[in-house]
Design a protein around this ligand. Structure first.
Ligand SMILES: Cc1cc2nc3c(=O)[nH]c(=O)nc-3n(C[C@H](O)[C@H](O)[C@H](O)COP(=O)(O)O)c2cc1C
Length: 184
């Protein structure tokens, strides 16, 4: 399926990258989104930035990676988003987002996205010990109530090497696209 704006410009997907083990493979999601006719801009949490090859991502997307708040008066480095994918989404960012905490640029964008009606999907990547925390279950419920679409990854066993082979990057677009209103 090809999603396009009414003026025939490609829609822009923000990919919010958190500091989880699989973050370095985010190029897989960017490639898939671009193949499906999206432009992509990456926003990393401050911790997430350390997991990324910024130069490779910027050359793949054509946009600077955003991580810090811009200074007042500085122009916006990215056009507004048509949709947002949080991938990978950490335990930390999911809980803060659901609670309305906005102390990173990534969280600020996510907290506002709800009020702006921007379709948003989150692909959590975490272990079962984190997922067992009652706050995480509450956060997922809260985000679903807000209309956030949640990926299908089943948390991996703690201290057992993670589950990168099971993490489905392409799911972000597959889940989002049916929710996007397509231009004519
Ligand atoms: C090597 C490494 C791998 C990590 N993997 C994960 C992970 O898969 N999932 C997760 O929720 N946290 C993971 N963490 C912990 C997060 O990085 C930590 O909670 C951080 O504060 C998250 O910040 P962010 O949510 O702002 O990106 C990992 C930490 C390190 C150092």
């Amino acid at each position: 399926m090809t999603v396009q704006n009414a003026d025939d410009k490609k829609p822009l997907l923000y990919v919010v990258v958190c500091a989880a083990g699989v973050a370095g493979d985010v190029c897989k999601l960017i490639t898939h989104a671009q193949e499906r006719h999206w432009d992509v801009g990456v926003i990393a949490t401050p911790q997430g930035l350390g997991f990324l090859d910024a130069e490779a991502i910027e050359s793949q997307t054509g946009y600077p990676i955003r991580s810090a708040w811009r200074t007042p008066g500085e122009t916006r480095p990215l056009p507004p988003a048509d949709a947002i994918a949080v991938a990978p989404a950490t335990f930390n960012t999911i809980n803060k987002w659901a609670a309305g905490i906005s102390d990173t640029l990534a969280l600020g964008i996510l907290c506002e996205a709800y009020g702006m009606g921007i379709p948003t999907v989150a692909l959590p990547y975490l272990n079962a010990a984190q997922a067992a925390h009652p706050a995480y279950q509450r956060s997922l419920r809260q985000l679903r109530e807000m209309g956030v679409l949640i990926g299908s990854y089943e948390p991996h066993r703690p201290k057992a090497g993670g589950g990168a082979d099971r993490f489905c990057w392409t799911e972000a677009i597959d889940i989002l696209e049916p929710r996007i209103t397509r231009g004519v």
